[in-house]
Design a binder for this molecule. Structure first.
Ligand SMILES: NC(=O)c1ccc[n+]([C@@H]2O[C@H](COP(=O)([O-])OP(=O)(O)OC[C@H]3O[C@@H](n4cnc5c(N)ncnc54)[C@H](O)[C@@H]3O)[C@@H](O)[C@H]2O)c1
Length: 405
């Protein structure tokens, strides 16, 4: 077979990385879901297209079968909001492929309009597809995954904006669903996480922007220009979903983006790695930045050691809260800070990729808010806030030192 989708094949992931795995991709009759299915097939998985649009689903499966072989792609007509339909999907998928290892909750209806104007029936429809569907899929597929101690369950999120409340509300709920599953599935071999594609010009997205842009006083071109930092092609967005599944272990419990997954697979993807040039910096400046970086890393290492002493559920909550607020698990942060420190020490040039330090500083601000909401003892609160503000100031000083290089 000479199949070679271009994005997924250029990330450096092995083409048989998911060999033997079986994936159900909902709503894969077109758009990002179709591209995700295609990229999963390129990575070696077999794929079930679970789609409500019978014509689009059958056509998608036919094209994928032509590209990757009839035995690896199938269409199963499914309405994700209907319990019996999802149960029938689970049975048919297992009959066809023996098991299901991966569920990608890609199906959606995008309901647009101001909160007060969207008819309640449309809110119901959005709930049915965007939240009830993923819950039904969790109920139908997790038992099999848990029985085999192996599986990946993926929710798909979006970034909120005005006039998308009846869609975004349930997309946000999907993030919470994946977070809850992450906590419940700890130690089982089954991974849950959420991914958002960024802005990808599928027919649905283009039609949505055509209606949204004027509501926001913009032309379509202006809307796309404003959101260009989040823009990916449809193939890139789908390849990002598949790459995230291939690298699921490092994304468990997180809400990530397709771009993040593409870069995790290949840091040079799109040439968009945030970077700091150390060229021309004097030894004293480098040493100041290095010492600050070391301080930030040590503070974080001490904190994460402290988390280990907490009770199971408190620890899980803190770890999840940290990842959600800073965008990366603490291990990834410690790693990134250690690399940055080594680069500063060596005076490296070419550039060093910087972790999102503004998010770490934001995390300490968030900790200060939490402390004020929870600590009743005024003296203890003042003491806690003094420490938290010092940690935040240390990160801010590192950011200033790096921007001056
Ligand atoms: N395109 C973007 O810019 C963008 C941005 C943010 C998030 N997303 C998310 O990415 C995913 C893919 O987006 P897209 O633009 O490719 O969407 P799309 O509209 O092109 O595809 C959605 C698919 O879901 C199917 N579907 C709808 N109801 C269903 C049901 N009840 N059962 C089974 N299938 C059903 C549709 O027939 C369609 O094929 C969605 O979850 C969407 O919310 C997309």
């Amino acid at each position: 077979m000479s199949a070679r989708p271009s994005v997924i094949s250029q990330l450096g992931l092995a083409p048989h990385r998911l060999r033997g795995e079986v994936a159900v991709v909902t709503g894969a009759g077109g758009g990002i879901g179709y591209e995700a299915a295609r990229a999963l097939l390129w990575l070696g998985a077999s794929v079930v297209i679970a789609e409500i649009n019978a014509e689009a689903g059958a056509e998608a499966a036919r094209r994928l079968a032509d590209e990757f072989g009839r035995e690896r792609a199938a269409f199963i007509h499914t309405d994700v909001g209907d319990e019996r339909s999802v149960e029938a999907l689970a049975q048919a998928a297992v009959r066809r492929f023996g098991k299901v290892d991966i569920v990608l909750n890609n199906a959606t209806v995008a309901v647009l309009g101001a909160v007060k104007e969207v008819p309640i029936e449309k809110w119901d429809l959005s709930y049915r597809v965007n939240l009830r569907g993923p819950v039904l899929l969790a109920r139908a597929f997790l038992p099999g995954m848990l029985g085999r101690h192996h599986g990946v369950f993926v929710c798909v999120s979006s970034t909120g904006t005005a006039y998308l409340g009846a869609y975004e509300t349930f997309k946000a709920a999907q993030v919470h669903l994946a977070n809850t599953l992450d906590a419940e599935l700890e130690g089982t071999g089954v991974i849950a996480f959420t991914i958002g594609p960024g802005l990808a010009p599928t027919e649905t997205a283009r039609a949505a922007v055509e209606r949204l842009a004027p509501l926001m006083g913009m032309t379509m071109a202006e809307f796309f220009e404003l959101n260009k930092s989040a823009a990916l092609s449809v193939e890139e967005a789908g390849a990002g979903f598949a790459a995230a599944i291939a690298l699921a272990e490092q994304f468990r419990g997180q809400e990530i983006s397709s771009l993040q997954a593409l870069k995790a697979a290949n840091p040079a993807f799109g040439g968009r790695a945030p970077a700091s040039s150390l060229a021309g910096a004097g030894p004293a400046q480098l040493e100041t930045a290095r010492a600050l970086c070391q301080g930030v890393r040590r503070t974080l290492a001490e904190q994460s050691e402290g988390w280990k002493q907490r009770s199971l559920f408190e620890r899980q909550w803190v770890i999840r809260d940290f990842k959600k607020t800073t965008g990366m698990p603490v291990e990834a942060w410690l790693n990134a800070l250690a690399q940055l420190e080594a680069s500063l020490q060596a005076g490296d040039n070419p550039p060093v990729p910087l972790p999102p330090l503004e998010r770490l500083a934001g995390y300490y601000g968030h900790l200060a808010d939490l402390a004020q909401g929870y600590e009743r003892n005024a003296a203890k609160l003042e003491e806690n806030l003094k420490h938290i503000r010092a940690w935040q100031a240390e990160v801010e000083a590192l950011r200033r030192a790096l921007s001056g290089l």
